[in-house]
Write a protein that binds this ligand. Structure first.
Ligand code: NDP
Length: 320
């Protein structure tokens, strides 16, 4: 049985990022006392360094860990840096999981991603398919490093009996995202680019054809689901945290929503010479729906509006 909430000490690695800050916001909305929560940034220590990780664990003495920290980037950043993505993420994950079992942490929820699944796969993707084929060549370094979290969780359960688990979110977006023009995911990247295009009265350009389909989850929705997994999900095997399949949208639709929110009226330009990445990677949230049938996801129109407004309001300090 888990310790009662007031005795838990919860460490959130990557606590200052898109997902970590959304978890903090949800806890604040719920009036949770944050004294027993610690949201780490890279300034608290480089998690790819085992000694830094040991120090964090011995200082804070967590009973539970939400492990979000990772070297992350969009398609173009990944394509150029597979070696770094592989090595850094393997190191971060191994350090955090090892420090957790060595200090007797009872529950760890780590973060995988739908983009680590086999490239050639039957749709929709389900949790059981993770290891059933090669990931897309564009991000194989990141993908294999993430897949090894599941391998390590199983081995830790076998040896120590701790039920460390992982969740598999689809594409996440929201306030506090990384709005860098090159090293970002599609939604924050387009928000920043279109914002500048509008200011300079230039064409709003989308890389690729706009045809690929994606499922996008608003960061606050993912945060709520993360907290539910921490308290209620009792399996080692991963669970997909995604919007429903019928809410998959094209990049073109997303670009149009962003343009509309920013008040851009001219036609968007699609740079079809740029890579598109996987055409789709539809994931099934049937497992989540079987456990949590009533969960209401934020409509993408509302989530994009909130993200654009956040970016404009925090333009000076946003990561970009
Ligand atoms: P962000 O880039 O927003 O945040 C990354 C966090 O990790 C930051 O807090 C950062 O600290 C920290 N971090 C990175 N490298 C290190 C390091 N070497 N040592 C210590 N801390 C480090 O990421 P997201 O919130 O978007 O992602 C969280 C998790 O969700 C990741 O595991 C990612 O793979 C996964 N995910 C994300 C998706 C998405 O669309 N964003 C989709 C599916 C999965 P600092 O702020 O100080 O740099």
């Amino acid at each position: 049985a888990q310790l009662a909430e007031e005795y838990q000490r919860t460490l959130v690695t990557g606590g200052t990022g898109l997902v970590g800050s959304a978890i903090k916001d949800v806890l604040i909305d719920r009036l949770v006392n944050l004294a027993n929560w610690r949201f780490l940034s890279s300034k608290d220590g480089d998690l790819s360094d085992p000694q830094a990780v040991d120090k964090i664990f011995s200082d804070f003495k967590p009973t539970r860990v939400i492990h979000l920290a990772a070297m992350v980037g969009g398609l173009f950043h990944n394509m150029a840096n597979n070696l770094d993505f592989f090595r850094t993420n393997i190191a971060i994950n191994d350090n955090v999981l090892r420090a957790s079992y060595e200090t007797g942490v009872k529950k760890v929820v780590s973060c995988l991603s739908t983009c680590i699944f086999p490239d050639v796969v039957q749709y929709p993707i389900t949790e059981t398919m993770i290891h059933q084929g090669e990931p897309h060549s564009s991000n194989f370094g990141y993908s294999y490093a993430k897949r090894m979290i599941d391998v390590q969780n199983r081995a830790i359960f076998e040896k120590y009996g701790f039920k460390y688990t992982s969740v598999i979110p689809c594409n996440v977006y929201g306030p506090n995202d990384n709005y860098h023009l090159q090293k970002s995911h599609v939604i924050p990247g387009l928000i920043h680019k279109f914002f500048l295009a509008k200011q300079k009265n230039e064409e709003a350009v989308v890389m690729g054809s706009g045809a690929p389909l994606r499922q996008f989850i608003f960061s606050k929705d993912l945060a709520k689901l993360f907290l539910w997994v921490l308290d209620n999900y009792d399996e080692v095997s991963p669970i997909i945290l995604s919007v429903d399949e019928e809410h998959e949208v094209s990049i073109k639709t997303v670009a149009e929503l962003i343009a509309k929110t920013l008040g851009i009226e001219q036609e968007l330009v699609f740079d079809i010479d740029a890579a598109d990445g996987q055409y789709k990677k539809t994931a099934s949230n049937a497992k989540l729906r079987s456990l949590l049938p009533g969960f209401q996801f934020t409509p993408i129109e509302d989530g994009i509006k909130e993200s654009v407004e956040w970016f404009m309001k925090n333009y000076d300090t946003a990561r970009k």
